[in-house]
Design a protein around this ligand. Structure first.
Ligand SMILES: Cc1cc2nc3c(=O)[nH]c(=O)nc-3n(C[C@H](O)[C@H](O)[C@H](O)COP(=O)(O)O)c2cc1C
Length: 191
């Protein structure tokens, strides 16, 4: 594996759309290696306010079937194409890791900070996947916020899906997009 400097790795990160991800996905050892990097996030209070849920193999299709059913429950008028899209969402990339935030209400570390830590995990997992030679994309959509889906995924009170990280082998070169100009975003605070 070619190793990149930290800055090169950050500069080369880009998402690969989940539709363009195929086999092979990371095996158990490789996924655990990625997660070992992903858990090294800033964490106020060392609360570890996150966990991982792997959705792989047949479970992806079972989740897709559930999503299609739930999509119709949410909107009985939903167009069949939209329902089919939901059915297929988890069937492209071989492995999807749901990053689940575990939020402690009333803790001296505000929930926002706990959530940010879980968000950092998603970003670190994208980086780790790319560093291991895979492509990845962070997706949410309605299924990340739907109480029925949360129940089906086995989420407890205080748990939230922060992202579904789709991981696989890119079938084609990942698209690049224009990036923000950092100089235009930087200003100096003056007292
Ligand atoms: C919290 C979060 C949720 C996202 N959810 C979606 C989504 O549901 N659908 C989508 O097309 N892109 C979504 N994205 C954007 C993609 O992850 C990705 O950033 C985008 O495809 C642009 O690629 P890039 O990462 O190379 O800039 C989301 C990003 C974030 C941070």
């Amino acid at each position: 594996m070619r190793t990149l400097s930290g800055l090169q790795a950050l500069d080369q990160r880009r998402s690969v759309p989940s539709l363009q991800l195929g086999e092979p996905g990371p095996d158990e050892a490789t996924l655990l290696r990625m997660l070992a990097s992903a858990v090294r996030v800033p964490d106020h209070g060392k609360l570890v306010p996150f966990r991982f849920l792997r959705i792989a193999g047949e479970a992806r299709h079972a989740l897709g079937a559930f999503l299609a059913q739930r999509a119709v429950e949410r909107d009985p008028q939903a167009p069949p194409q939209a329902v089919d899209k939901d059915r297929q969402r988890f069937s492209h990339a071989p492995v999807v890791v749901a990053v689940i935030a575990r939020l402690q209400a009333g803790h001296k570390v505000p929930e926002q900070e706990q959530l940010l830590t879980a968000g950092c995990v998603c970003f670190a997992l994208l980086q780790a996947a790319q560093a291991c030679g895979f492509g990845a994309q962070w997706l949410t959509a309605w299924m990340a916020y739907d109480p029925g889906v949360a129940r089906a995924l086995g989420l407890a009170d205080g748990e939230r899906v922060v992202g579904f990280i789709h991981i696989g082998t890119p079938r084609q070169e990942a698209p690049e997009r224009e990036r923000p100009d950092p100089a235009a975003l930087l200003s100096d605070w003056t007292p």
